[in-house]
Design a protein around this ligand. Structure first.
Ligand code: PXP
Length: 260
């Protein structure tokens, strides 16, 4: 299983003080040494963490392929075409969200996404769509001719956190909080089954399948067991653990679980 390390959270810490430290650029060599397969960054329209100069330097200097996440907006796509990362993952963006809260509306935004993909392909950039695990969305993604899809595992991760108790109720307004444990367990099973089914279907259609969001050393194991998924993009839990173990060790630990 390939591991993309999302290093946005290093820039989150830096932006908390608006000084030059820590610099996400310093993570590149460590990620490679630790066995990561890809660097993932999200250049948000509001520039809340990764800045244009970060994206430029990371893409120019990374010893690993860079997966640039961005919104389907012409200003962002122009930047991507200029910087030419290995891959662009198109993600939905809402200004007020704490993090990317759902998959891309591939059906509603079909025409705009189609034009965006054409532009990225013209610049020799492979394209991934960050989507919810739903058949109609997988089919539409296939029609759009992208190389990759990435399933949003946020719902699974939230349910898992509710069951095992590390999700802050004050920061989330999910109705599932009120549900009994056995119901949560059933919902997790159903969500995993859906991700598994949709991954298998996408692979059969010729798409390469990635997944990510909210994955950590515990909940990632069930996702790793899904054979059709080739790559996981993980940020928050790795960077959080690195505070105590160092980044290299945190990545090695995650990679060891993915390679089991
Ligand atoms: N994949 C995509 C497309 C994302 O937007 C994010 C979050 O930026 C991640 C993976 C990583 O999520 P997390 O930081 O929760 O591991």
């Amino acid at each position: 299983m390939l591991l993309g390390v999302n290093i946005d959270h290093i820039a989150v810490l830096r932006e908390a003080r608006r000084i030059g430290d820590p610099d996400p650029l310093d993570a590149l060599g460590i990620c490679k040494r630790a066995g990561a397969d890809q660097i993932t960054i999200h250049l948000r329209e509001d520039r809340r963490h990764i800045q244009d100069s970060d994206a430029q330097n990371i893409i120019a200097l990374s010893p690993l392929p860079v997966n640039l996440e961005c919104a389907t907006e012409s200003s962002m796509i122009d930047i991507a075409c200029r910087l030419r990362p290995h891959r662009v993952t198109l993600v939905p963006e809402k200004r007020q969200e704490v993090t990317t809260e759902g998959g891309l509306d591939v059906i509603g935004g079909y025409d705009k996404i189609q034009k965006t993909i054409a532009k990225l392909h013209d610049n020799d950039i492979e394209v991934s769509l960050f989507i919810d695990p739903k058949e109609s969305i997988v089919v539409a993604s296939r029609e759009l001719g992208v190389e990759w899809i990435e399933f949003h595992t946020g719902r699974y991760a939230n349910l898992y956190a509710m069951l095992y108790g590390n999700l802050s109720k004050t920061n989330h307004t999910l109705v599932e909080f009120e549900l009994p444990r056995h119901t949560l367990k059933e919902m997790i099973k159903t969500e995993l089954h859906t991700i598994e089914q949709q991954s298998a279907q996408a692979k059969t259609m010729g798409l390469q399948v990635a997944a990510g969001h909210g994955l950590n050393m515990q909940n990632v194991k069930a996702i790793c067991a899904i054979g059709a998924i080739e790559e996981l993009n993980i940020g928050q839990s790795i960077i959080a653990r690195s505070i105590f173990t160092g980044l290299e060790q945190a990545i090695r630990e995650m990679k060891a679980i993915l390679d089991k």
